[in-house]
Design a protein around this ligand. Sequence first.
Ligand code: ZN
Length: 259
Amino acid sequence: MNENHGCSCAQQLAQGFAKQALDCGQGEIYQTSLMSALLDGVYEGDITIAELLKHGNFGLGTFNHLDGELIAFDREVHQLRADGSARAASLQQRTPFAVVTFFQPSVTLKIEKPICKADLHRCIDQQVASPNLFCALRVDGLFSHVETRTVPRQERPYKPMLEAIEAQPTFAFQQRSGTLVGFRSPDYMQGISVAGYHEHFITDDRIGGGHVLDYQLDHGRLQFGVIARLNLQLPHDADFLCADLCPEDLDCAIRSAEG
Ligand code: ZN
């Protein structure tokens, strides 16, 4: 790792690489529904937060009716809503799309210099042996800035996600401590999940955050681990059965919706 990137991973690189090879395959990602279903307006799922927690207490997603962003870690599940409010999610709430795991980081790095989103991702990419496996990542620290969005609650008849988020509120946080939870998915997963990095953020006072658009970390701790197993739970309600899950513009639509 180049020192200019502000990441202190140089010495650990070789060590981390070897460790990844050993550690991958231990954890499992549990996912409900598909990103393409969410894009097509499948906004109601049967899986409760209580059920989700049986499969993982670390991850991200959304809530039924597309009612805000979900972030989970340390057994906390939070709902970040479009009106800027945040609250602890109840065990009875349901999700139409969520990705969780029991986080088992195999690499922990102290970040002592400011690092932008792209360089932090590069730091992980350089240490993970292949782009063809999943990574779960967590960043705790002081962020110079974080830009997020949250999705606005929808009612039937549901609009496709790109239309639903046209009026999505964005939030800018400056010099805020917080936690970022994310996954890196292989490119071949586009549509099933989000290819590349997908990250959610919450402030340490738990009152703000959302789906991450951009950030710069001032200093903090980066943890990540490779995951080689996916448990995909598909819905079988009428909305899902009738959804168009393979539209021609899928890649472009996901980049617009999740970028
Ligand atoms: Zn998101």
